[in-house]
Design a protein around this ligand. Structure first.
Ligand SMILES: *Cc1c(COP(=O)(O)O)cnc(C)c1O
Length: 378
């Protein structure tokens, strides 16, 4: 089946006898055993719940994995992932990752003795150079949040596998509709399902998808043991969100491409970062490894005042954190998503006081253009 069909029909197992087309919300913490030593397959919802199973199976099918665990947020998924490592282990990560991921790794996980090195993973020689005898994994976000750098997943996977390292890819920005890192050699895919998969800015959710049964078993054990598993109602909301993932992505990325070109024509905008622009550094790699360029872009304004005014003046577009939903959102990474990134690293990446990130929603693109034009004034 093609991705858009899996989005709608991802899970064909029926859990009820009435023939409900929509997967029922099994709002139950525990399940009755038919007899001693017997189980319906469901015992306790922290371990397994039918609504969650339906969601996880859909994401597994979309990402071409063997298993998926659904968590209460993207960060809960990242936190669970850290359970795969022990004190002394070393992880190489993209230097431009979601600010919350960096905060967790550096301010929490590192205090348990796991070591991290941040490098520009779009430059594979820096990844190679950072490998030590303790290195166990490479954690890549591509395209990165918020500067839109692109890493060649297949080449990175080859490098990792030659050294026996796990390759973990945060696929939040492109979603399995546009990119399948496991097919390119990654071992684990991470998602903030809060973003495009949920798609409506109404539910927090995270996923870890595994390629091998061994890794899948470890992650499932960790999820059950640490317990940040997604609640049945939220699972249902994300199942519903995924049904329209394909049509949303098509619309959103079409508008994003148009807006990337439009922003370039505005005198108050100096640089636009969108992998679909032919002069973007990651354009060719994106064409090779993904089926589209996505609907996230970022840009620099001529100065700080223009950026701040735009945040206040935008009206169709909301000034808010998050991304990927049907509503377009404008974000100021400096004080919002990336406030915890050390200043030096932020400046190196170009996350300055005139840098804005735009998540393009499904509104009419002409309304979005008009809104940007009136908001981005000198
Ligand atoms: C939002 C986000 C996260 C964290 O997910 P939450 O659902 O907010 O916890 C991780 N990675 C990326 C790329 C994100 O955009």
């Amino acid at each position: 089946m093609k991705q858009s069909t899996i989005c709608v029909h991802g899970h064909d197992k029926r859990y009820d006898s009435a023939g409900a087309v929509s997967v029922p919300i099994f709002q139950s913490a525990t399940f009755v055993h038919p007899g001693v030593g017997q189980s319906t397959g469901f015992d306790y919802s922290r371990a397994k719940n039918p609504t969650r199973e339906a969601l996880e199976a859909t994401v597994t099918a979309l990402e071409h994995g063997v298993d998926t665990c659904a968590f209460t947020s993207g960060m809960a998924a990242v936190n669970c992932l850290t359970g795969l490592f022990k004190p002394g282990d070393h992880i190489i990560m993209s230097d431009d990752v979601y600010g919350g991921t960096l905060r967790l790794f550096v301010q929490v996980t590192a205090t348990y003795g796991v070591k991290f090195t941040a490098v520009n993973t779009s430059d594979l020689s820096s990844v190679s150079a950072a490998i030590t005898p303790d290195t166990k994994a490479v954690f890549v976000e591509t395209p990165t949040n918020p500067t839109m750098q692109v890493t060649d997943i297949a080449e990175c996977a080859e490098l990792c596998h030659n050294r026996n390292l796990l390759l973990i890819v945060d696929n939040t920005f492109l979603t399995p509709y546009l990119q399948n890192p496991l097919d390119l050699g990654a071992d684990i895919v991470l998602h903030s399902g809060t973003k495009y998969l949920g798609g409506h800015n109404d539910t927090l959710c995270g996923f870890l998808v595994s390629k091998s049964p061994e890794v899948a078993e470890q992650i499932r054990w960790l999820a059950k043991t640490t317990g940040a598993v997604l609640a049945p109602f939220d699972c249902w909301l994300v199942i519903r969100g995924i049904k329209t993932l394909a049509v949303r992505m098509e619309r959103q990325q079409k508008s994003a491409a148009e807006l990337a070109g439009f922003l370039r024509t505005l005198p108050t905008v100096t640089d636009v970062f969108y992998p679909g622009l032919p002069d973007h550094l990651g354009y060719e790699i994106s064409k090779k490894q993904a089926r589209g360029f996505g609907a996230m872009l970022s840009f620099n304004t001529v100065n700080k005042d223009v950026a701040l005014l735009a945040l206040e003046k935008c009206s169709v577009i909301a000034y808010a954190e998050s991304l990927g939903g049907v509503e377009s959102l404008l974000t100021y990474p400096l004080t919002q998503t990336h406030a915890d990134v050390p200043r030096e690293q932020r400046e190196k990446l170009g996350i300055t006081d005139r840098f804005l990130r735009l998540s393009v929603g499904i509104e009419d693109v002409e309304d979005l253009k008009a809104d940007l034009a009136q908001a981005l004034r000198a």
